[in-house]
Design a protein around this ligand. Structure first.
Ligand SMILES: Cc1ncc(C[n+]2csc(CCOP(=O)(O)OP(=O)(O)O)c2C)c(N)n1
Length: 798
């Protein structure tokens, strides 16, 4: 431990003993945590026992302004930083639904998923550069890696882009001196996301320091089935930097060797921080004293020899031996620390449990009192008394117990009218609202909905290609917001496959507009990490069809971020892509049902032309919400009227536009189908059918003012027109309009949908014609609605 040379022995001794205390407290927490699960007080436990010593060393290397992207084993690290108390840790185990008690997720995530706060309650950013920061963990193995890439890349951008050196950005970075620390289990390195992220970090040369906690197993599966050569360090050797080429700096160290761990982390972090060279520390011989989680026991898959080895090479035991060997402390001192740790942890457990249970008990008591008050006047006394008795009998009541008792009472007494019943009704409603905040809030921050519309202004009659509108708008955006970076496959030098970024790299530099490898999942992860650090990334996915590669990251990480942190972290990422309709199976996808169903938490904009698309980029940039903008792939070379206020005009989200007025049938659609619907409507007009066309413009949010139903009141007939498969976005729109907006009440004809076929589109123009809705199909479907309603005026055609 090189610290020995820089500080006095007494200071060194104190630091070691402080670490020993944290290690013991963390271990005791794991041991007691398991008991809490097995006794039924908590549902599930996954702990950091066995990883304590390595995490103490990592915490020493972690500085203010640094970021962690890790997983469920990192409690000791969080304790050592002082970013998590034992009581908060137990609160996580109990799912205490209150941010002040459980700051990581307000009980929304399983215990063991750690996070610090990046934004204040009023939505302003905290001083991230003077804090210890942990991005919010998620459960899918390997998913911490793509985000980690962005957290590390941000340091490079803050260092290399002089526009980010102004006072305004000091709260995010001190000129890029921050490291992004990643942690991952050895088995999770089998995931593709790990390899994609590691490769990209090596390519980009960013300060990313990855620790692999290697305990030899992924639950029960040993590493010979996980990793080539059964050794991640060996498997990654080709990434090692050398004189010929930059790459990773790699280290291997034992999980029980405190001194070597401290040295390794010090060395690796110094290089990583100063030179921005990515590093990987393979921490091997990690133990897992209680097995993988509370769901099973490791005796089922580990040999007696392995189990004995884990006891002998337990990190805390080894640290103890080391302390005694070098006479850093006496045995009695260590024993005292160990005994004290047990007490401190029990005390934290008791306080956390009481703090969790007390408000629930009080709420139940309030419900009981109100239910009791209804007993007097009701003929259902026996039943109501039974509800009360059941609620009282619950030793550790849950909120749902009180709600069930209240609802059952209200149902039974529905024909009664008394002040007591009214009071119960009122409380039931209030309680519902309070619990909505506890369990349902913060899917979005909802700030964006207040973005006011700014209409495009037109100075003259000039018409230009769609891609030029986008390019000029991106130009204005890059000029206006120094924190905007745009990247993707071919986005840099080429300026995008459809020229929407033509010459932008030349004008704004490589640190603003740049190329990435072909790696959709980490393009999105990269964007998440950048956005978490105050930058405004616009990440390009070349075609909508390839969004599938990134869907897991979008769905699991980005879409859940605000919800799983109860609004204490945000990543206003903008994903730019293009799709719906061109040629061939992988250039004409419109899997909108899949997208909107997996991305609740992200806004989904489906513009019909490039002016609308540009308006959405401007809107999203003035908000704090993540958004996906799908440009219509077949419209880059169509002429559009050129606006004069690029970068300024904004489209409100969730506000449909009636693009054609009519009185017989309403078509609800979006994207490139708008143009086809307009064409069909013209033909139908000639045959005396008047069609109203509504472009919904955004699928998430959808028509926030319920305006579409107004059209149904007029036409009484509706067609939901969509390129997705049946049951996709058409079913979603139908549910919104007919059920949520009550549109069913105004219908005189059966509601209809016209969608793409179940298969993907065959290649060629005929393939498109037979696979996706055509103008002819739209004509025929609308006509058939009129034919069914009034066959005399609209006789059968075919
Ligand atoms: C994508 C995904 N697949 C499967 C799981 C279930 N799972 C949880 S932990 C785990 C093993 C992880 O092992 P390792 O990466 O070595 O970490 P350790 O728990 O041993 O520290 C598995 C398979 C998951 N959480 N996510």
């Amino acid at each position: 431990m090189s610290q020995k040379n820089e500080i006095s022995f007494e200071e060194f001794r104190k630091a070691v003993l402080a670490d020993y205390r944290v290690a013991n407290e963390s271990r005791e927490a794991s041991l007691l945590g398991r008991k809490e699960v097995l006794s039924g007080k908590a549902k599930f436990g996954i702990f950091g026992d066995g990883k304590e010593i390595a995490q103490l060393a990592m915490a020493k290397a972690f500085k203010h302004g640094d970021f962690r992207s890790g997983y469920y084993r990192d409690q000791t690290f969080m304790f050592a930083l002082g970013e998590l108390t034992l009581q908060e840790w137990f609160a996580g185990l109990y799912a205490h639904a209150d941010l002040t008690a459980e700051p990581s997720s307000a009980g929304r995530q399983m215990g063991g998923h750690y996070s610090t706060h990046f934004v204040n309650a009023d939505g302003s950013w905290k001083e991230l550069s003077s804090k210890y920061n942990s991005s919010s963990d998620i459960s899918p193995t390997g998913s911490q890696m793509p985000r980690l890439l962005g957290l590390a890349l941000a340091s490079k951008l803050f260092r290399t882009n002089p526009h980010l050196h102004s006072a305004e950005f000091e709260k995010f970075s001190k000129k890029g001196d921050e490291i992004a620390f990643g942690t991952i289990g050895d088995a999770s390195t089998s995931e593709g996301l790990f390899w994609e992220s590691i490769n990209a970090a090596g390519v980009m040369q960013i300060p990313m320091l990855v620790s692999v906690w290697d305990d030899g197993y992924g639950i029960s599966v040993p590493k010979k089935y996980q990793t080539t050569k059964g050794d991640i360090y060996e498997a990654l050797k080709g990434m090692q930097q050398d004189k010929k080429a930059p790459g990773f700096e790699m280290y291997k160290v034992k999980a029980w060797d405190y001194s070597a761990l401290c040295d390794t982390y010090e060395k690796a972090s110094a290089l990583c921080r100063k030179e921005h060279i990515p590093a990987l520390i393979h921490v091997e011989e990690v133990t897992q004293p209680q097995g993988h989680s509370t769901s099973g026991s490791h005796e089922r898959y580990k040999t007696p020899e392995r189990l004995q080895w884990e006891k002998d090479f337990d990190g805390i035991k080894k640290m103890r031996e080391w302390i005694l060997k070098f006479a850093i402390a006496k045995e009695e001192e260590l024993t005292e620390i160990e005994e004290k740790a047990k007490e401190v942890v029990k005390d934290a457990r008791n306080k956390a449990w009481a703090a969790y249970l007390e408000p629930i008990k009080q709420e139940a008591a309030e419900a009981i009192a109100l239910i009791l008050a209804t007993v007097e006047g009701t003929p259902h006394q026996d039943a109501v008394n039974k509800f009360i008795a059941e609620l009282k009998a619950a030793k550790d009541p849950m909120r749902k117990d009180a709600i069930i008792a209240m609802r059952k009472t209200l149902r039974l007494t529905r024909n009664e009218n008394s002040p007591a019943r009214e009071a119960l009704q009122r409380f039931n409603k209030q309680y519902q609202a309070v619990n909505e905040d506890r369990y349902d809030s913060h899917l979005y921050t909802n700030e964006v909905l207040s973005v006011n519309e700014v209409k495009p202004e037109y100075g003259n009659d000039e018409s230009v290609n769609g891609h030029e509108i986008l390019r000029d708008n991106f130009d204005a955006i890059l000029d206006k917001y120094p924190q905007v970076v745009i990247f993707g496959e071919d986005s840099g030098k080429l300026g995008g496959v459809n020229q929407g970024l033509e010459n932008m790299q030349k004008k704004y530099g490589e640190e603003r507009v740049f190329d990435t490898g072909i790696r959709e999942a980490t393009i999105v992860g990269q964007a998440i990490g950048l956005a978490l650090r105050g930058l405004r990334p616009i990440a390009e996915i070349q075609y909508l069809d390839y969004l599938l590669y990134a869907l897991q990251v979008l769905s699991d990480d980005l879409a859940t971020l605000a919800y799983r942190t109860k609004g204490t972290q945000r990543a206003p990422v903008i994903i730019r892509t293009r799709g719906h309709r061109l040629e061939g199976i992988w250039h004409s996808g419109s899997p909108m049902g899949m997208i909107i169903n997996s991305l609740r938490g992200i806004y989904v904009c489906v513009p019909r032309n490039m002016t609308q698309a540009a308006g959405f980029y401007n809107t999203l940039l003035s908000s704090n919400e993540p958004g996906l903008v799908i440009e219509p792939l077949n419209s880059y070379r169509l002429k559009e009227h050129k606006p004069s206020n690029f970068g300024e005009f904004k489209l409100p989200l969730g506000i449909p536009e009636v693009i054609r007025e009519g009185k017989d049938v309403t078509i609800v659609t979006y994207g490139p189908l708008c143009r086809m619907a307009m064409e069909a409507a013209q033909q139908l007009e000639a045959d005396n059918i008047s069609v109203e066309i509504i472009d919904v413009q955004t699928l998430l949010p959808f028509d926030i003012n319920s305006s579409i139903v107004e059209s149904l009141k007029k036409t009484n007939r509706v067609l939901f027109l969509d390129e997705d498969v049946k049951g996709g976005a058409s079913a979603y729109m139908m549910e919104k309009v007919l059920e949520e907006q009550g549109g069913y009440a105004y219908l005189d004809s059966a509601p209809r949908t016209l969608t793409g076929k179940d298969h993907r589109p065959a290649y060629g123009s005929d393939g498109d014609f037979f696979s996706k809705p055509s103008v002819e199909d739209i004509y025929d479907t609308v006509y058939s609605i009129m034919n069914e309603a009034n066959p005399a005026s609209y006789p059968d055609i075919y």
